[in-house]
Ligand binder design. Structure first.
Ligand SMILES: [Zn+2]
Length: 196
């Protein structure tokens, strides 16, 4: 990331807004913004290949679910945050991963300029690639400041995006198990008889 460019751009932005870039409160803002961007957009340049070391063989074959993974990301259309929680599950096929690594995957994709839909798919694809599981399910619910702050009605509405692969697409009982586990209303709407 080019910190110098971000400093200059922030100064221009302030000028464009009509601010006095030399006044006390704002003088250091370009430097602060540049430093902050480095931190909140630190997901670039991380390909997560080091996570392969955290994968280990195991016979466990039921659903593994990591719930309520908090994240903060930046909307690439408006450069303001969107934030929320991710629910991530997979059905193993011989491989498990250290559970702290799953929030790390979320973090790496969240700390970029994003749209929620793409982020959801990227997280699911990465888990598929790393673990070759029987299936992956990702559900993300987020609040977007670009809609909340701009006086568009429904300011408290949240956006939900989901991505399913493998067995979650093929066998609706897995999908229902996932949706029930995360407390989704969709689970009740799925007209499925579970043969348990
Ligand atoms: Zn936006």
């Amino acid at each position: 990331m080019n910190e110098e460019l971000i400093r200059k751009a922030t100064e221009l932005l302030l000028e464009g807004i009509g601010e006095d870039t030399k006044r006390d409160g704002i003088q250091k803002t370009p430097a602060r913004v540049s430093e902050m961007m480095g931190e909140i957009l630190s997901g670039y340049g991380t390909d997560l290949t080091d996570l392969k070391k955290s994968i280990f063989p195991d016979e466990f074959s039921d659903m593994v679910l990591v719930k309520d993974i908090e994240f903060y990301s930046m909307c690439e259309h408006h450069l303001v945050p969107f934030f929320g929680k991710a629910q991530i599950a997979f059905i193993p096929d011989g491989n498990l991963i250290g559970l702290s690594k799953i929030p790390r995957i979320v973090d790496v994709y969240a700390k970029r300029l994003q749209v929620q839909e793409r982020m959801t798919k990227q997280i699911a694809d990465k888990l598929d690639e790393l673990l070759s599981p029987k299936g992956v399910a990702v559900s993300i619910e987020a609040s977007h400041l670009c809609t909340m702050m701009r006086g568009i009605k429904k300011q408290h509405s949240k956006m939900v995006t989901q991505s399913f692969s493998g067995i979650f697409r093929e066998d609706k009982s897995y999908l229902q198990q996932f949706l029930l586990s995360i407390g989704s209303d969709t689970a009740k709407e799925l007209d499925i008889k579970l043969d348990v």
